[in-house]
Design a protein around this ligand. Sequence first.
Ligand SMILES: [Zn+2]
Length: 301
Amino acid sequence: MDLFFDSSILVTSTLLAFFTLLIFHSTMKTNGYLHSFHHLSLLAFITIIFPTVVVGQDTGADFWPEGKQMAISLTFDDGRFSQVQGGTQLLDTYGVKATFYVVPSAVEQQIEGWKSAVAHGHEIANHSLVHPCSGNFAWSRDHALEEYTIEEMKKELSMANARLHELLGVEVRAFAYPCGQTYIGSGKETMSYVPLIASLFASGRGWMDEAPNDPAYLNREQLTGIEMDGKDFEEVLPIIERARNNGFWLILAGHEMGVSGDQTTRLAMLEKLIQYAQKPENGIWIAPVSEVMDYLDNQTN
Ligand SMILES: [Zn+2]
């Protein structure tokens, strides 16, 4: 369910109100009330149109560079093999830079591929050291979020930053919550680790969220991530169009980069998306997460 405001609804309702007034106006011609009603309808029209124009201008579109109407960040999680075995190559063909939230142990297995990704300008970001999620996932029971303390989490996230610096020479600035889960502990001992992310990183991204980010109300530690795995371009396009209507920042999140399959961002979708986004008339700025954050920070300072 989409909860964010769509300005096109306002435009449509204004047009409906205007035509309703026109019908009333022509009805009134048949009796003597025309003169006074003319002024009334003009007044009503201005009353409705004026706020529409004001609201229409007050969207996030004002936030973006060079008259762009929205921003898109392409993000990929875990450091999967396919990301540097076909994925980055497609992005590089079009000169598009993405953000990769990786665990260092995955990078170690494909070190040349990841060095090449860095050389092409892709952002390397933190996705923890051992990918802890709820113990409700059997595969995460050995490092369940329910068993963590803040100190352990802090130590592991710092170790991951240090390791990524060692492997790739990068200064990591962004984080994505494994499984999109933002807590540690259980029961009355449950705590958010969002404050820890605020102290260590410039931003934190979630997963499987419902709506894009409004640059006018940015919760930088809980940026939303919209799933792009398993979708064709025709399914992603309406998400882009609604975000653009509101001037929002759409952070798309995926895993494998390939033809098809489980948790896979389809390369055919990605190519169509990039071609669409690179047409100037579509008003889209594509940039890695931290580049967009820097831009927004400069706008508000
Ligand atoms: Zn993950």
